[in-house]
Design a protein around this ligand. Sequence first.
Ligand SMILES: C[S@@+](CC[C@H](N)C(=O)[O-])C[C@H]1O[C@@H](n2cnc3c(N)ncnc32)[C@H](O)[C@@H]1O
Length: 292
Amino acid sequence: MQTLLFGDGRSVEVAPFTTGLLKWIGNKQRMAHEIVSYFPPDYGTYYEPFLGSAAVLATLQPKRAVGSDTFAPLIEIWQTLHRDPGTLKHWYRERYNRLMSGEKVAEYERIKASYNRKPNGADLLFLCRSCYAGVVRFRQADGYMSTPCGPHNPVPPEAFAERVDEWYRRTQGAEFRRMDYREAMALVRPGDLIYCDPPYTHSQAILYGAQRFRLRQLLTVIGECKARGVYVALSIDGTKRSGTHECKLPIPDGLFDREILVNCGRSMLRRLQMGGQTLESEVVADRLLLTY
Ligand SMILES: C[S@@+](CC[C@H](N)C(=O)[O-])C[C@H]1O[C@@H](n2cnc3c(N)ncnc32)[C@H](O)[C@@H]1O
């Protein structure tokens, strides 16, 4: 496998797009343009089966795409953006006004309690923008959202509405569906492109809640897609560590043709685990593996 460091082997130039709609741990917003620059110049439908905050999809702005994730409240947000962006603006404004006109932490806790009674996109949208460090954390046993209120003020509704308009425009070609990655990857046809950004580290499994994910299974499915003439790009945490665990990656020989190290600065997740300290010396590079 050929390893390319920062810059070689790109096939398209894409402008950075760093204005996120959702705050999502492990999001690729800052480096999405770098990732996209290694995608093939021509492909059929773009699939992103671990969609999260859709940073890569919105940077790419594909003509035809299927964005999917197993997390229902998240997909509710994306489907609502697609169907009726005004509703997203309303969800945000209504909660922002409550938070800013009442006792901030108590209002935040009320919104969190509403989410935890019945997980839903409207509350999640606001919580991810107002919670501590933008890290939406779920209890593994039952999916209970546990992050406290952040010290910052969330962006005003007018600024958020502008983001919604921009994101609406950028995601016009996409269809959003709630499904497991295996279901999504069974839909692809020769010439399509899949970008996978799975929750591969131990800490991410905790952050995203109860979903079970096995990298080995994903690698098998990627092999099947490659054999059918589909392009696959896979992001992997370049540090290979999660807390005290060394993550050994079971990547079969010959599955990927290229590996690229994408610079992503310091890790948000690590900052939180270190009790708010930043690790100035630790520059993390994400690995991008390509089957083409
Ligand atoms: C690392 S995040 C993706 C981050 C995304 N690239 C971004 O920029 O925000 C992984 C996502 O995979 C989703 N997920 C976990 N298990 C899944 C599964 N079996 N099938 C599909 N999605 C899954 C999680 O809900 C989470 O949103």
